[in-house]
Structures are given as C-alpha cells and as structure tokens.
Design a protein around this ligand. Structure first.
Ligand SMILES: N[C@@H](CCC(=O)N[C@@H](CS)C(=O)NCC(=O)O)C(=O)O
Length: 209
C-alpha cells in the first residue's frame, strides 16, 4: 500500500503508528507540500492534503478514516473492534481530537515551534491566548476521560493514536502535562511502544533539524 506522507504532519504520524502496531508495511511516498502534491496523489485526493492511502488504486484520505481502514485489515488486533459501545467511544474521542483538542494544539504548536522553523517569523503569544485556554480545559477533559484506564476506550485503539499524535509538538511548544498526571502517564505509556517510537522518529528528526 502506498502512503503519501509528510514527516512534520501529526495526521500522517497517527497512521504510520497504527500501521506499525498492526505490522502493516506502508510504501512511504514523502511529499514536499511547499512544492505541491504530486499528480498521482491529487488524483486520489483533490484536497491535495496528506495523508493519502493508495491501496491498489483505492484512494482514501482523512487520517482517522485511514487508521480505521487499516485496523479493519487485521480485526484480531482489535484496534477498532466491532462492539458498538467500544466503537462509539473510539469514534467519540477521535472526533473530539479532530474537532477540539487537535486544532487548539496545532495552533499553539505552529505559533511556538513551527512558525520559526518554516521561516514565517517569531512566535506571537497574543495570537494563541484563546487556544492556550482551550488546551487547559481540554486536557482536564482528557484526564477525567482516562480515569483509571490505561487506554482511552478501555483497550488500546486507533483513538489512542489519534489523540497521541496531537501531542507531538508539546515539548517544542512548551505545553506541560504536569497538571494532568493521567494524561502524562497515558502519553508515556503510548510513546514507549515500538510502533510509536518508529513512527515518531522522522518527526523528531524534522524538529531537531
Ligand atoms: N483532516 C485531515 C487533515 C489533513 C491535513 O490538513 N494535512 C496537512 C498536513 S498536517 C496538509 O496536507 N496540508 C497541506 C495543505 O493544506 O496544502 C486528516 O486528518 O487527514
């Protein structure tokens, strides 16, 4: 399966980690978005955004949908189980990450870490006051949601990978988890998995460059 990827992208990271967890080898095609997406990718995703999966000409975009599709290829691993309650919880946290936590984290990550890296100027804290306050609120929601569970929906699932990728800029963007110990422990648990370490290595190389 061909996978159109960008190393700095949290959306690509979550899919690479899910594929690693499943033992699925993706044929990575690195895309330099500043130069524009390749035609073969745009033919599959007219949005021109990564990630895009090409599974024998079946094109699929939206990272969480790709994660669910890959999980469906190996149901025994139960990363996206059939049970409707479990699946509903996985969807709930995945959508929440996509619509609420993720955008706030991305705004702060861009302003504090990526803006300078992309040569787009110095960080401007006045632009992210609302997002910083939102993150504070959302992290408490996640901390309560985890409760005494190891994983957000009970067992390890694609929702954990969806959520985890949103934290990839946290050190570079100075986002502390000190006040949310269950989130900190969960992040450490997930980030110590081989699947994650392998997926995140190119991100760390990108941030360090
Ligand atoms: N909701 C999409 C977001 C995809 C997205 O925004 N990708 C970014 C990289 S993180 C991108 O390709 N940006 C390039 C552009 O917008 O031209 C997903 O989860 O896959």
């Amino acid at each position: 399966m061909k996978f159109y990827n960008a190393d700095f992208s949290p959306n690509c990271l979550r899919v690479r980690a899910v594929a690693n967890e499943l033992g699925i080898k993706l044929d990575i095609v690195d895309v330099d978005l500043r130069k524009g997406a390749p035609d073969a990718m745009k033919a599959l995703n007219a949005n021109g955004k990564v990630p895009v999966l090409d599974d024998k000409s079946f094109g699929l975009w939206e990272s969480r949908a790709i994660s669910a599709y890959l999980a469906g290829k190996d149901p025994a691993k139960r990363l996206y189980p059939d049970d409707i309650v479990k699946r509903a919880l996985i969807d709930q946290w995945s959508y929440w990450q996509a619509i609420h936590l993720g955008p706030a984290m991305q705004k702060v990550g861009f302003e504090r870490a990526m803006k300078k890296k992309f040569g787009m100027g110095e960080p401007d804290e006045s632009k992210i006051v609302d997002s910083v306050a939102e993150i504070d609120k959302f992290l408490k929601v996640l901390d309560n949601g985890l409760g005494d569970r190891d994983w957000i929906a009970g067992d390890l699932s694609i929702a954990d990978f969806a959520l985890a990728s949103t934290f990839m800029f946290r050190d570079a963007a100075n986002i502390s988890l000190a006040s949310v110990p269950r989130v900190a422990a969960w992040a450490e648990r997930l980030e110590s998995r081989d699947s994650w370490k392998k997926a995140v290595a190119p991100v760390m190389a990108f941030l360090a460059a």
